[in-house]
Design a binder for this molecule. Structure first.
Ligand SMILES: [Zn+2]
Length: 255
């Protein structure tokens, strides 16, 4: 006989897990919608497809687990919770608390290898990082976030973008290139933190007022004849393909 308190504890864990899974599926669907938007242009089509595949596979896992959670909740309602669906024996309490949605005992599960890995049992994991990223941007993939930042800066117009490169990775933003003043740099930090809610900023910027005093305002390079597109220092297209230049999205090399 499975003890009542074990079933109650499992019930609580299952309900929490169900909410988590539903939330994950909602977020997943939103990300998928964003990825499908026609105006979102990715540098590489293959990369977009790869991300969609990853989302799909993640969502399949979440859906399977959600099904298992719902079935376990039904068994609790029916009073059959904790009995192995294969052999009818009781599932160990330890196993029930570790994998509350399990439908089989450890023997029938073949040692548990094929089962969905349980999350560490936790009921008090509601805490988020102290300053969460702005919700509007939190679901964006790195390239989208980069694009969103550059677009914002472009329309904002207060920060000189000619030699600025932004690299996004996770919730970290790296800044490369040069700005004409400390004020400009401070403003850039302020925009990234306040508007985008990103606080992990790695600043590799040079402050280079003289570069902006040159007639062609192209810091760091001497190009005798320069078309409007060539505002970014050319570099080797290398491993760092997340760098997005301001005007045309061409990858440029970091410093
Ligand atoms: Zn069994």
């Amino acid at each position: 006989m499975i003890r009542k308190e074990i079933t109650e504890k499992a019930h609580q864990l299952l309900q929490t897990r169900r909410e988590e899974l539903r939330e994950m599926r909602r977020e997943n669907e939103e990300s998928n919608l964003r990825l499908s938007e026609p105006q979102v242009e990715f540098e590489e089509r293959a990369q977009q497809e790869k991300m969609q595949q990853e989302l799909e596979s993640l969502d399949r896992r979440n859906r399977d687990e959600l099904d298992a959670v719902n079935m376990a909740l039904q068994r609790i309602g029916a009073g059959t919770y904790g009995l192995c669906l294969e052999c009818g024996e009781e599932i160990s309490e330890k196993r029930l608390l570790a994998i509350p949605w399990t439908a089989t005992c450890i023997e029938c599960a073949g040692g548990g290898k094929e089962e969905i890995e349980p999350p560490v049992v936790r009921l008090d994991d509601q805490e988020e990082s102290a300053q969460p990223m702005n919700e509007t941007y939190a679901g964006l993939v790195d390239e989208e976030l980069c694009d969103a930042i550059m677009e914002h800066l472009h329309y904002d117009g207060r920060v000189e973008l000619e030699d600025l490169r932004v690299h996004c990775e996770g919730e970290r933003i790296e800044l490369h290139g040069a700005l004409p003043s400390q004020e400009s740099s401070d403003l850039l930090h302020e925009i990234i933190e306040d508007t985008f809610g990103v606080h992990d900023i790695v600043d590799n910027l040079r402050i280079d007022p003289e570069a902006w005093e040159r007639p062609d305002r192209t810091p760091g390079v001497d190009i005798p004849q320069r078309s409007d597109e060539e505002t970014v220092i050319e570099g080797e297209p290398g491993e760092s393909n997340y760098f997005v230049s301001i005007k045309d999205g061409e990858p440029v090399d970091p410093d």
